[in-house]
Design a protein around this ligand. Structure first.
Ligand code: NAD
Length: 448
């Protein structure tokens, strides 16, 4: 099948590579010429396990090409995916301008009956707006072409995106009318183990299902974090509690890890957007607001623990903290809404030095930090490295922020020798407290 993917970010690039891998001919198009140049030079613009190999193989087989020219991409496509960003507006609602711009560009270049698929996360009712934008452009060209709009929310996780796409739990297809059902089934059935994994519903329910999934995860994380605070106060261990409730088949073991709050490009903005949608429809989003409030508080928790250990913020001045992990979660270079940024900001304000290590996200982190501050203002107090032991050199304390496997089993004796104040703040409950303590280090976790 001939496919165009508009937007070659995390979702678009993975979708393009995976659909090419199963035999389709795919053109990825982006307005970011730098991104397309890099892709055409054989470079991969994001860190995602397995993706470079997939892209290289399918480019060689001429099943995958990249361009900045929407016309080239759309002209021959039977299916066009919209995979552009939907960032949060100032008031929290989803900014649909990229989606509508992309839909208009598609309408401007359609030459044949085509299925237009919204893969971006979009609020209820967006399929109708996409349909109207395309119809407008066709009318301006006095062209009477049949096209359908399908809502196909994406559920992949950064860090395991290729595997998630190739082995999905389910594929959701939301139709306004079912004229596109045949072509969508033909496209996706090769990825499914069972026919039941294909969920075909109406477009509005499909749009809402993506937000529903993300806010469910966000609420679960926030509830665990709230319970972790209680465990801390009551002298219980949240890790033991987690094992107990995760064994309950009605609850299940996933997303029960207490930590320093959720981040990334999806959960924070999707919770905000669904709060706005709820209000627009006259519903009161009690649970969504609580999930968000708990998360905001949680992102400051490690800093509060650090202050309390040192006896107040004034005592922090001049201290140097080694941070292990910067990306919002392991196996990605994505720094969007990463909790590490909140901690860095707080430590810098308290006149601390930072020696931060991340296996992948250093460049992205440097860009984010430059964006947050006037160039160079804090640069003399932040040192970024890929080497965990370099980060620890001369540091007073270690803060584990992101649970990359590189940090899983460090030599605690060596840590104890390196850290002046012999203290570890574990923001992900990655370590067994008694292993850390056995090396003569003070240990702080979340809810233990
Ligand atoms: N990142 C994730 O893990 C994830 C998972 C599921 C769903 N989503 C959703 O998918 C959508 C895309 O997310 P992302 O993380 O891939 O975003 P991204 O910012 O990484 O990528 C979006 C890309 O679209 C390009 N773009 C914008 N307007 C364009 C246009 N008119 N024509 C061509 N290209 C255009 C941008 O230049 C950018 O490269 C969002 O709605 C997001 O909520 C993301």
């Amino acid at each position: 099948m001939k496919i165009a993917i508009i937007g070659t970010g995390y979702v678009g690039l993975v979708t393009a590579a995976c659909l090419a891998e199963i035999g389709n001919t795919v053109t990825g198009v982006d307005v970011d010429a730098r991104k397309i140049d890099l892709l055409n030079a054989g470079k991969v613009t994001i860190h995602e396990p397995g993706l470079p190999q997939l892209i290289a193989r399918n480019r060689r087989a001429e099943r995958l090409v990249f361009t900045t020219d929407h016309e080239t991409a759309v002209r021959h496509a039977e299916v066009v995916f919209l995979a552009v960003g939907t960032p949060a507006e100032e008031d929290g609602s989803a900014d649909l301008s990229h989606v509508i711009d992309a839909a208009r560009l598609v309408g401007r270049h359609l030459h044949r009956p085509t299925v237009i698929v919204t893969k971006s996360t979009v609020p209820v009712g967006t399929a109708a707006l996409v349909r109207a934008a395309v119809a407008d452009e066709l009318a301006a060209r006095r062209l009477d072409l049949a096209f359908s709009v399908v809502s196909n929310p994406e559920f992949l996780k950064e860090g395991s995106a290729v595997s998630d796409f190739m082995h999905p739990d389910r594929i959701v297809l939301g139709y306004h009318d079912t004229s596109a059902a045949g072509i969508m089934r033909e496209l996706y059935i090769p990825l499914l183990r069972q026919r039941e994994q294909l969920i075909e519903i109406d477009a509005r329910s499909a749009e809402l299902s993506k937000y529903a999934a993300n806010v469910m995860l966000a609420a679960r994380i926030s509830l665990m974090n709230e319970l972790a605070c209680l465990a801390d106060a009551a002298g219980a261990d949240i890790e033991a509690v987690r094992r107990c409730i995760g064994a309950d088949a009605r609850i299940g073991p996933h997303c029960l890890q207490a930590g320093i709050g959720y981040g990334g490009s999806c959960l924070p903005k999707d919770v905000k957007a669904l709060i706005r949608t709820s209000v627009q429809y006259g519903c009161t989003p009690h649970m969504l607001k609580a999930a968000e409030a708990v998360n905001e508080k949680q992102k400051a928790l490690l800093y509060r623990k650090i202050c309390s250990h040192y006896g107040g913020v004034r005592r922090l001045e001049g201290k140097t903290f080694a941070l292990w992990g910067l990306s919002f979660k392991p196996n990605t270079g994505d720094m969007r809404e990463a909790p590490s940024l909140v901690l860095i900001e707080q430590l810098l304000k308290a006149y601390c030095g930072i020696r931060a290590c991340d296996p992948v996200a250093c460049e992205e982190a440097a860009r984010e930090l430059h964006g947050m501050h006037e160039a160079g203002r804090f640069s003399d107090r932040i040192h970024l490295t890929r080497d965990p032991w370099e980060a620890v050199e001369g540091a007073d304390a270690l803060v584990l922020v992101t649970e990359w496997s590189d940090f899983r089993t460090p030599d605690f004796a060596r840590l104890a020798e390196s850290l002046n104040d012999k203290v570890v703040f574990d923001g992900r409950n990655l370590y067994e407290p008694r292993h850390v303590q056995a090396a003569g280090l003070r240990y702080y976790g979340i809810g233990r």
